[in-house]
Design a protein around this ligand. Structure first.
Ligand code: FAD
Length: 424
């Protein structure tokens, strides 16, 4: 590559492809482009000191890379883009791509796939080494602030660097998890080029609630979390629930959060307007109302001489059992005094433990952003701009977000494979 340094301004010339953003999708896109166009053809420009910082934090440091149950049902957003990417990039394709770097996968038994090493570093090191082997240049510590196209050449600029390229791939991710370096700057640069994003909101985040049960902080249990909008149950997810001092967390709460944040951002959920929402938690979802009623009637006898806050203590975490008895207003009543209608009230407390979500800056702890660049601006097949030839958008910048379980990384890697197919 022919580079000139003028004062502190670096001017890289004659690069075929510039990838903006060295995260999951940027690294994978660079590999695909360099394989297609040859050594020295591709640069990655990353604003942080190193590429792949967020990738290292994925899956609690284990990197949940894909999912055996891959299908469009696990995604939200622009359907044409989702279908197009999934049709090009299956789980087998992912295994083949990473297999080329020596990386093998294993499943956790529930469909989630991780690198065999169980370490996200394996994936990042594999991508970096592959970039090195293919002669991809990484230019770190440069925040791209402007992209222009002049005479069929893209001028991609930071304060002190301009890269000129025939092709540009935007892989700057979203603003989710700023502590891991996300800043959402790609949307602004694209907007200056006339490529607008659909409304953005955080997804896969904890939910802050009006009700604060500080004593429940750290309590984890299995159960079912439901989103109720205008008294109608809209979505239920089973799995681990984690109580916090500010509200609710855990995988099933993360999955509900997308709709809560959409409601706060747009007043709508999946296109329908609603007036008010709440979260209902069922902490004994394997038991029907009748089964639970019978069980609690039995416990009423067993714990007859004790206060009602122990009624659930043989089935639930102690703090949770006390909190639910208090939530029902029955914690100080002796068990033998509980009437049948008190027992019914506790059954409802267990199966409909209700919370009111409140707005917070949930990008801080969100794993992804919903919304983004959609097929109004991008061809879903090529991922190239409809208006600006040779400008591609990949990864989380696109209007696609997946459920927990490896779907977001799968989409980031899958979308990254596409632009190279349309480069010469
Ligand atoms: C804590 C956490 C855990 C997660 N765990 C999982 C998981 O296990 N499985 C899963 O499927 N998904 C997971 N995700 C989601 C997944 O990490 C993202 O969907 C994925 O990283 C998106 O890839 P991307 O390349 O689009 O963006 P990113 O990985 O965010 O990369 C974007 C890169 O662009 C750089 N950049 C941004 N703007 C500029 C600019 N103007 N100039 C230069 N560089 C710029 C950023 O610094 C960053 O390095 C997790 C997310 C978080 C936060």
């Amino acid at each position: 590559m022919d580079d000139l340094k003028i004062g502190c301004i670096m001017d890289y010339k004659n690069v075929k492809t510039a990838i903006i953003g060295g995260g999951a999708s940027g690294l994978a896109a660079a590999i695909a482009c360099s394989e297609k166009l040859g050594k020295g053809s591709t640069v990655i420009i990353e604003r942080q000191p190193r590429t792949g910082r967020k990738l290292l934090a994925t899956g609690n440091g284990r990197c949940n890379i894909t999912n055996i149950n891959m299908s469009s049902e696990h995604y939200y957003g622009d359907k044409s883009i989702i279908d197009s990417v999934l049709s090009e990039f299956s789980v087998e394709e992912s295994e083949r791509f990473f297999g080329g770097m020596g990386i093998i996968f294993r499943s956790d038994g529930e469909g989630r796939m991780y690198p065999y090493s169980n370490q996200a570093t394996t994936v990042l090191d594999g991508l970096r080494l592959e970039c090195e082997r293919l002669g991809v240049e990484e230019i770190c510590d440069f925040l791209i602030t402007d992209v222009q196209k002049k005479n069929n050449v893209f001028l991609i600029s930071s304060k002190t660097l301009t890269v000129r390229a025939k092709y540009v791939v935007f892989a700057t991710g979203s603003q989710a998890s700023p502590l891991l370096g996300a800043n959402g700057s790609g949307y602004g640069i694209l907007s200056k080029l006339g490529i607008e994003s659909s409304p953005l909101f955080p997804a896969l985040s904890p939910i802050s609630t009006k009700e604060k049960y500080k004593n429940l902080k750290g309590v984890r249990t299995k159960g079912k979390v439901s989103l109720i909008a205008d008294e109608k149950p809209l979505k239920s997810v089973k799995g681990e629930i984690q109580f916090t001092d500010y509200g609710l967390s855990g995988i099933c709460v993360f999955e509900i959060s997308r709709f809560v944040n959409e409601f706060f951002r747009l007043g709508k959920i999946c296109g329908t307007s609603y007036g008010k929402i709440k979260i209902s938690v069922d902490v004994m979802n394997e038991y029907s109302y009748n089964e639970l009623y019978e069980y609690l009637c039995k416990c009423r006898k067993i714990f007859a001489s004790y206060k009602s806050d122990v009624l659930l203590s043989a089935a639930l975490n102690k703090k949770l059992s006390q909190t639910i008895a208090r939530y029902c207003g029955l914690d100080s009543k002796p068990c033998f005094r509980l009437t049948d209608s008190d027992i019914k009230k506790i059954v409802f407390g267990v199966k409909k433990f209700e919370f009111t979500p409140i707005i917070t800056n949930s990008y801080k702890s969100a794993q992804v952003s919903a919304g983004g660049i959609n097929s109004d601006y991008i061809d879903p097949v090529t991922l190239m701009s409809n208006k600006i030839e040779n400008l591609f958008v990949v990864g989380e910048l696109l209007d696609v977000d997946g459920e927990c379980g490896g779907y977001n990384l799968h989409f980031a890697f899958g979308s990254a494979m596409i632009p190279a197919k349309y480069m010469k």
